[in-house]
Design a protein around this ligand. Structure first.
Ligand SMILES: C[S@@+](CC[C@H](N)C(=O)[O-])C[C@H]1O[C@@H](n2cnc3c(N)ncnc32)[C@H](O)[C@@H]1O
Length: 169
């Protein structure tokens, strides 16, 4: 096998990995850490909270929510590489017991014990999630979405400049 073939195979594998999550919702694009802190401050995350980040990427929301805000935080991620990477990061930050990552599809994961849900997905995915949230979440559960809104729902707080929208069920 020549060098061009190796480059082509590597490129194809990378593209397949990168776009695979799009089949289920959204590709990986990490939220800036300054935005993550704004999201968690807006939701008033505290040690009594159980936070789910749906589509948790490299686990940054889960890690910051548990390390800096004391919450129990759970990430749900479809991409096995990101699951392995975020679990390694949780271990490194010694957050065992306070933070964990579920490998699975966010639409099929039970989130009924959440007090806060964070999402950074796509508009069409947010639209589909409304039904799951209505059916599963307890009254008063806070939902924070970065970039995309929940169409037809009124946010109780928003930061238009940072594109952060807070809702309550
Ligand atoms: C835009 S990234 C956001 C990552 C992280 N929440 C953050 O704010 O940095 C979206 C993530 O959702 C994951 N994802 C997409 N569809 C999913 C699904 N149906 N179930 C679980 N994870 C999904 C992608 O793999 C990707 O890591």
């Amino acid at each position: 096998m020549g060098v061009p073939e190796i480059i082509l195979i590597t490129l194809s594998l990378f593209l397949a990995w990168f776009f695979y999550p799009l089949l289920f919702g959204a590709i990986w694009q990490p939220a800036p850490k300054s935005i993550v802190r704004k999201i968690l401050l807006m939701a008033e995350v505290s040690p009594s909270d159980t936070l789910y980040d749906l589509g948790s990427g490299d686990g940054r929301i889960v890690i910051i929510a548990s390390k800096e805000f004391g919450a129990s935080a759970i990430g749900v991620e479809i991409d096995p590489l990101l699951v392995a990477f975020s679990r390694m990061r949780i271990k490194k930050h010694v957050l065992k017991g306070k933070a964990r990552i579920i490998h699975g599809n966010l639409f099929k994961t039970d989130i009924s014990n959440a007090t806060i849900v964070t999402v950074f997905l796509r508009q069409s995915v947010n639209n589909m999630l409304r039904e799951k949230f209505r059916a599963e979440l307890k009254k008063g559960t806070r939902i924070v979405s970065y970039v995309h809104r929940f169409e037809g729902w009124n946010p109780i707080k928003s930061d238009e400049e940072s594109q952060i929208f807070l809702y309550s069920i």
